[in-house]
Design a protein around this ligand. Structure first.
Ligand SMILES: Nc1ncnc2c1ncn2[C@@H]1O[C@H](COP(=O)(O)OP(=O)(O)OP(=O)(O)O)[C@@H](O)[C@H]1O
Ligand SMILES: [Mg+2]
Length: 267
């Protein structure tokens, strides 16, 4: 079976302890698209990216990447499939003891079939793309937040993945850096035809970039559509999220016992 979906999530449920993070969600990410994944903090956006990349396994349901069902793959096959996915982590996750050059070379060296000369060319090409070719001898601790994000991006695209997942790429970036990252995301999507998933709280930037977005809350997909469709949504939860309203159907608190019980010190 060949589908148009790059990622297909089918009736996924996933719990952390007693807490149901996902409750029977299904969604598709079309190949070649840029898709936004939005929702309040703690809804499980990062968790969903980790499920897609096979770092976590669903309790129920399945996740397909192209035609492979991620959670049924052997370790070896999962390892191969993961090379087709690039991930820009919320925390950058650079190796602090490796230089910028070696951070980007790392996934290339892991492949073991590339000569150092080719690795060097690829690393320089990726650094050139993010405007940091001149910074290749620096260590991660010498980088500003914006530079570190761009190095992490260069590393995420080192293997020319089919899918790239960005977890909060704009957080803590100045407007120029945001503009640069947005431009790169568009270029990668268009020229390299990468399917892109963007997790972000920045509604305006994300809506300016994506073809389609999903809004998640309370373990469910509460809204989906093109940016304009979502902006005009009449769904109360979607409106609360998009308009940043503190009061509404989406709870602000992590589930807890009654406040009064806690104050009385009854555990
Ligand atoms: N290792 C873990 N053990 C138990 N619970 C966890 C673990 N990792 C995450 N969680 C819980 O899973 C829920 C979803 O977390 P996740 O990091 O996916 O949220 P998020 O939507 O990415 O939030 P944010 O926007 O703040 O990054 C949270 O309630 C979190 O506390
Ligand atoms: Mg997160």
């Amino acid at each position: 079976m060949t589908s148009q979906a790059c990622v297909r999530i089918d009736h996924l449920s996933f719990c952390r302890g007693k807490r149901k993070i996902f409750d029977d969600i299904s969604l598709e990410i079309p190949r070649g698209s840029i898709v936004g994944l939005m929702g309040p903090s703690g809804t499980g956006k990062t968790t969903l990216l980790r499920l897609i990349s096979g770092q976590l396994s669903p309790d129920q349901g399945s996740i397909f990447f192209d035609d492979d069902e991620i959670n049924t793959l052997s370790r070896t096959k999962l390892y191969q499939v993961r090379k087709k996915m690039g991930m820009l982590f919320q925390s950058n996750a650079l190796f602090t003891n490796l230089s910028v050059f070696d951070n980007i070379a790392y996934p290339l060296r892991e492949r073991a079939d590339l000569s150092e000369a080719i690795i060097r060319d690829i690393v320089l090409m990726k650094l050139q793309a993010v405007g940091l070719r001149g910074a290749r001898y620096l260590m991660p601790s010498d980088l500003s937040g914006g530079m570190a994000r761009r190095v992490a991006l260069a590393r995420a695209i080192a293997l020319d993945p089919d899918l790239i997942m960005y977890d909060e790429p704009f957080t803590g970036q100045d407007p120029i850096s945001v503009g640069m990252i947005v431009k790169l995301m568009r270029l990668l999507n268009k020229n390299a035809n990468m399917t892109s998933i963007i997790v972000s709280h920045d509604i305006e930037i994300t809506f300016g970039l994506v073809d389609y977005a999903f809004v998640m809350a309370g373990g469910k997909v509460i809204g989906q559509g093109k940016p304009d469709e979502l902006r005009n949504s009449t769904n109360e939860e979607v409106r609360q999220f998009l308009n940043g309203l503190p009061d509404g159907p989406v709870p602000f608190h992590y589930p807890a016992k009654e406040y009064i019980t806690d104050l009385m010190g009854e555990d």
